[in-house]
Design a protein around this ligand. Sequence first.
Ligand SMILES: Nc1ncnc2c1ncn2[C@@H]1O[C@H](COP(=O)(O)OP(=O)(O)OP(=O)(O)O)[C@@H](O)[C@H]1O
Length: 346
Amino acid sequence: MQLHLQKLAKHYTGVAALDGIDLDIASGELVALLGPSGSGKTTLLRVIAGLLAPDNGRVLFGDTDATRLSLRERNVGFVFQHYALFRHMTVAENIAFGLRSRPRSKRPDKATIAKRVQELLQLIQLPEHGERYPEQLSGGQKQRVALARALAIDPSVLLLDEPFGALDAKVRVELRRWLRRLHEQTGQTTLFVTHDQEEALELADRVVVMRNGRIEQVGTPGDIYRAPASAYVFDFIGRANRLRGTVAFGSFALPGQSLAWPAEGQGEATLYVRPHDLAVVAPGEGLPAQVVAVQRRADRITIELAVEGQERALEADLPDHVDANLPAPGAAVGLRPQRYRVFGGD
Ligand SMILES: Nc1ncnc2c1ncn2[C@@H]1O[C@H](COP(=O)(O)OP(=O)(O)OP(=O)(O)O)[C@@H](O)[C@H]1O
């Protein structure tokens, strides 16, 4: 099922929760809606589901205008972070619920439902758990059952709102990999809300970065990471160093420095560079800096650096196997941004 969102707007007193959202989602795509708290992700998902009417704009499911259709008519499957299973029903009964509660004319017979439940239990890798009750499952298993329940009705789209948000970090990582494999098996058009950039980049075919009810950038995880369209996206997607300076005649320069880097635009600007793209070189080469601290992390060594005239310290990452020739705190070094982006303003 393709999905087309056109000029969607939703206002609350004093807040534009959605402020003109245009987005086309291809059939079979797994799309992540990524943004900080309050950026409008949940509102957008609820409008797509039919749980919330937009003030303006349209939601199309394929060629059908679904804007005024109910949740049931849209036949969407959804899983929310705290969308608890029915406690008094077994896992199998939970999964069968959507099919059993259909009107008689559309309800499959008992044997068909039982077969479908068994297929779904296989799919979520809990084939032996059908007769258990939710309280006999782990958090991750519960969310897998919630997913099976959403899939049971053969939904037109699957909507997931931070489905793994309440789980611990390790289970989260396992489940998102599992979800990716599941998606490859089912080919179900899926929208996935998260505020975790790592989750979005690892899982999605495309990532939609939201800010204040608007779409800031849409792209593949590679596009978003390597070519962030704005300072906001650069900052949100990973660790970022900032150097404030000015752009003139096609070059970015720092105050009081003769060094310059090619850049577009004019006036005050900020150069953004990720810690692993900031090379530490010999003093006298590159941008003069002083080592403030050397921190050993599990997977890298991070050098904290100060550059004269810059308020913020910088960080450069080295692979953890580079042990020889580590600069000591206080040492003078040079810095060379190897990949960077320059955006106007602060
Ligand atoms: N029922 C409501 N009444 C008033 N304001 C609301 C309501 N629902 C959402 N908002 C506001 O709309 C904006 C978007 O909220 P939304 O829940 O969509 O954001 P979100 O990106 O999903 O955030 P989170 O990650 O915290 O769930 C916020 O400023 C929120 O305060």
